[in-house]
Every structure is written in C-alpha cells, then in structure tokens.
Design a protein around this ligand. Sequence first.
Ligand SMILES: NC(=O)c1ccc[n+]([C@@H]2O[C@H](COP(=O)([O-])OP(=O)(O)OC[C@H]3O[C@@H](n4cnc5c(N)ncnc54)[C@H](OP(=O)(O)O)[C@@H]3O)[C@@H](O)[C@H]2O)c1
Length: 302
Amino acid sequence: MVNRVLASPKGPELSELVQGYWRVSDWNLSPQERLTFLKQHIDKGVTTVDHADIYGDYSCEQLFGEALKLDRSVRNHIEIVTKCNIKLLSEKYPNRKVKYYDSSAEHIQHSVNNSLAHLGVEHIDILLLHRPDVLMDADEIASTFAELQKSGKVLHFGVSNFTSQQFDLLQSRLSSPLVTNQVEINPINFSAAEDGTLDQLQQYRIHPMAWSCLAGGEVFSGSSTQATRLRITLEDIKEEIGAASIDQVIYAWVRRFPSKPLAIMGSGKIERVQSAIESLKLNLSREQWYRIWTASKGIEVP
Ligand SMILES: NC(=O)c1ccc[n+]([C@@H]2O[C@H](COP(=O)([O-])OP(=O)(O)OC[C@H]3O[C@@H](n4cnc5c(N)ncnc54)[C@H](OP(=O)(O)O)[C@@H]3O)[C@@H](O)[C@H]2O)c1
C-alpha cells in the first residue's frame, strides 16, 4: 500500500512514492498510452507527479498535458510538482548564449504561466526552484511566491538541490514554509546525507524528495568498481530480505534515512512502479544498510 504523507508539518499531502516524468519524451507512448500509464499508477496510490519546465527540452509538461486533456477528471486525483529557474541552451531559445539560472520575478512568473499552459491545468501544487542560483534575491523570490500564491496559480513552494544554508536563507524571507528540498539520493551519490541537507530536513520534519534513487540506471549497468561492488552487495541483501530485485533493496535503503525521503521513480514501465510499491514492505537492518554504505565507499566507516 502506498501511504499518503504530509510533505512538511503543515502539508501538503503527497503519495510516499512519486512518479517522475523527466524521461517521458523517451518513452515513445501515444497520448492515450500516457494517460493509461498515469491512471495505472494513480490506481496503485502513486498520485504525486514530478515535472520541470525544461524536461525533454521543454517538451515533457506538454506531453503530460496532452494525456490529461483526454480525461480532465484525472487532474482531481494528482498532485503536480514542477520546477523553474534553469534556462537551457535550446533551439527553442536561439538567442541564448549559455545555459544559466534565472530566479528573477519575471522569469518565475513566465515559467509558471508556461507550465500551466503546457500542463493544461489551473494550478501547480508545488513549485520548486530547480537549482540554487547565486544571483537569487530572496526578497524578490518571496514577493513573487506570495503573488503566485495569491493568484491561486501555485499552492506551495519548495526547492531542489539546495544546501541547508540556501534553504534557510530563502525560508527566512518567505511568508509560508518551504515544503520540500528535492535532492539526489542513491547508493552511488548520497552527499545530501553527509553535508547537512538531510539533517536539516529531519530537524524541520520535512520529507526530502529523492531523485535518481537508482542512479539513473547506473546501479544496474555501470562498469565502475563502485557500481560492481554495489551490485554484489545488493544481490546478497536481496536474498537475505526476500526482495524480488535489487531496485527494491535500493528503495528500502533510500527510505531508511530518518528524514524519510519520498522516492521519485524514473521508469515509464508500470511493472517497475509495481516493484517499487512492493518494496515498501521491506526493511533493512542497520547492518544491511551500512553494508551498502561500505560497498559504495569501498572502505569501512571510520
Ligand atoms: N530535481 C532534480 O534536479 C532532478 C534531477 C533528475 C531527476 N529528477 C526527477 O527524478 C525522477 C527520477 O530520476 P531518474 O529517472 O534518474 O530515476 P532512476 O529511477 O534513478 O532512473 C531511471 C532509469 O533507470 C532505469 N531502470 C529502472 N529500473 C531498472 C532496472 N530494474 N533495470 C535496469 N534499468 C532500470 C530506467 O529504465 P526504464 O525506463 O527502461 O525502466 C530509467 O532509464 C525524474 O523523472 C525527475 O522527475 C529530478
């Protein structure tokens, strides 16, 4: 069963597993097939979906919107997370000379309006600043967020890939609490657990959203010594805990952080979603958890 959880003490409610749509442009699905996939994961309890304006060279929100248009009632059963502030080099923006970040009021407003139009919805449940931007002005962002909330275009705000200091700086100027920090967490890269990011979220009782839990597939296919070591350990633990696959062991490992990350799944295959759901009943002992830590680092804890 996929539980509903409060992302932060005052909400909003999300599903404990989230479906990511970064790769939807690679799935080669028709609008009807996209709708079927969406309905299938909603029926299983995965109601929160993760997007960004830039995914698929600015195409993924539109692909999702095309599917939603086929059955408008589906909007009432999902929570949409999307992001802004990265400006990609793209043929769609021929005058841009470099990839950069833009957290100005003008760009955030513009990006939200585009996301609403592409998704074909009237509001975004959670808007995240995608990356920390050294030029971001917390006061300007605070007034922009307040306007977006007042207009009903965005219900809640969060950040992604922020350090704990950047999180506190922005929060200090906002009138409503940030509800998440979406960060990379997987057995290959869990720096967020070591640089204070997850500690801060535990302190504030905010669930991190965890991206690339399977390291984008690297855990399965990587040829580095680290990935090879990890696969051996994950296979051993899979047998010990009666998991069906090593991805289930990884999801159990990610869930074990005391900040209780909400894992974002990246596959468009419903059987992989089902496998992640089944992993929710699995638990790792501390020793098993640290065996994966050790396999990742290649050394024992100090
Ligand atoms: N905030 C950020 O900066 C940020 C950055 C990156 C991603 N994200 C979000 O996080 C979501 C998840 O990221 P992700 O797509 O990198 O997640 P992921 O789950 O780590 O990687 C998904 C990839 O792994 C492959 N895979 C999954 N299970 C597999 C298995 N058992 N064997 C072999 N390959 C397997 C998938 O292939 P198949 O498609 O063949 O299943 C897919 O290519 C994204 O959709 C996006 O919403 C956020």
